[in-house]
Design a protein around this ligand. Structure first.
Ligand SMILES: [Mg+2]
Length: 405
């Protein structure tokens, strides 16, 4: 049996704002979408605001009428995305199988790793604690034997919940939940189901398979039937694919021409060590070493060598670079030296670059969905994309964050 966790951040945008600004904590706040003024809508609101009747997608004037003390905060997508990336990275410390489901939700398959951490509940507790301490955010975690039930388990207690659903809990523990709590049952489907008397999970659980197939067709009918039985075989999609060509390197223009091969080797070693440090800092390894050399009169020569192991050790990189240097056809004197490593993989055995791009894409997709629903945020897509990309280079401004990463 598999063990799947569903981690869902509570009132995410609003909570990030409260986490990064002490003045907003414990207060009813709403993150605004749109450009301000009358057309602003509530894109997300804090639990304190929800308690006063404020709802998502409500026009801000209406929200402020219901709750006069409501504080409207301008949405800062970059901040939410950056935090989301950090949270997903934290989840990946427990398993490489992490699926970024939306900006504030992720699935984790911990089947093969749970024992290492003392079991799934221990993992969930530790994640909740670490997310609280590091980001001042709470999340609800559902634990179950598949994605469908893990996500449903997470719905049972919010905020700050931790719920386990075992096969024997189905349908008993969830019999009264509305079918719309099931992932995949959207507004329209909810109406169709209600029309044939299916409102709760138990209703669906008891509904005859043939009738569902007759009403919704072989594919959807069968799927609904399986959902009603709490069954779901879908895998946690971490998007693991081949790595993308990318490189990390350093180069140096020598202070003067030199024919001394040992001197050049000294520079190469230093450059390789710098590359190694950067690789380790960003958790990359690569297996193609590239050396470029500059000679008199702007003559350049370069060559790369693919090796078997992925490296992040500067000296190992140097040893390969040294062989390339020794094989150069010019022999010197030298004016320039560069070393780089490519064919990089992130977290070596775990996550690849494309996968990170996939995550970023998914996050962007949910940003688009939010924009479609609530009107444009002030943050442009390009700026968001840059943030996602720059994040890898460690260039994201930390000005906006008042809590330390
Ligand atoms: Mg959420």
């Amino acid at each position: 049996m598999r063990t799947i966790l569903h981690v869902d951040m509570n009132a995410y945008f609003a909570s990030v704002e409260q986490a990064s600004n002490p003045l907003l904590r414990g207060k009813p706040i709403a993150v605004g979408g749109g450009t301000g003024g009358k057309r602003t809508v509530v894109a997300a609101c804090s639990y304190e605001a929800k308690a006063k009747g404020v709802k998502n997608a409500m026009p801000s004037w209406e929200a402020q009428k219901i709750c006069p003390e409501l504080i409207m905060v301008a949405g800062d997508m970059n901040k939410y995305i950056y935090t989301s990336i950090k949270i997903m990275d934290l989840l990946r410390e427990y398993t490489p199988l992490v699926e970024v489901f939306s900006i504030d939700e992720g699935f984790m398959d911990v089947t093969d790793t749970r024992e290492r951490f003392g079991g799934a509940v221990a993992i969930a507790k530790e994640i909740k604690k670490r997310i609280r301490e590091r980001f001042r955010l709470t999340c609800s975690i559902g634990i179950s034997y598949n994605k469908l039930m893990a996500k449903l388990a997470g719905e049972i207690k919010k905020p700050d919940g931790l719920t386990v659903l075992r096969p024997e809990d189905i349908p008993g523990k969830i019999k009264d939940l509305p079918v719309s709590d099931l992932c995949g049952v959207g507004g329209k489907m909810e109406k169709y189901l209600a029309a044939i008397g299916i409102k709760t999970f138990l209703d669906l659980n008891r509904y005859p398979r043939e009738k569902l197939v007759k009403r919704f067709g072989a594919v959807y009918g069968e799927q609904l039937y399986l959902m009603g039985q709490g069954r779901d075989d879908s895998a946690v999609l971490s998007g693991q694919v081949e790595e993308e060509a990318k490189s990390m390197g350093h180069s140096y223009t020598l202070p003067r021409l030199t024919a001394d091969l040992n001197e050049v080797k000294g520079y190469l070693l230093r450059l390789a060590e710098q590359v190694g440090r950067r690789l380790r800092r960003d958790h990359y390894k690569g297996n193609v070493v590239h050396v470029s050399l500059g000679f008199k009169d702007f003559k350049f020569w370069s060559k790369q060598k693919k090796i078997e192991d992925h490296l992040d050790d500067g000296y190992e990189i140097y040893k390969v670079a040294e062989k390339i240097l020794d094989a150069n056809p010019f022999g010197g004197p030298f004016r320039f030296a560069g070393v780089s490593l490519s064919n990089l993989v992130h977290n070596a055995d775990q996550m690849s670059l494309i996968e990170q791009k996939e995550s970023a894409k998914k996050i962007l997709k949910s940003v688009d969905e939010i924009n479609d629903r609530y009107g444009e945020f002030t943050v442009e897509r390009a700026a968001i994309m840059n943030t996602v990309l720059q994040k890898k280079a460690g260039m994201v401004s930390s000005r906006a964050f008042h809590y330390g990463y």
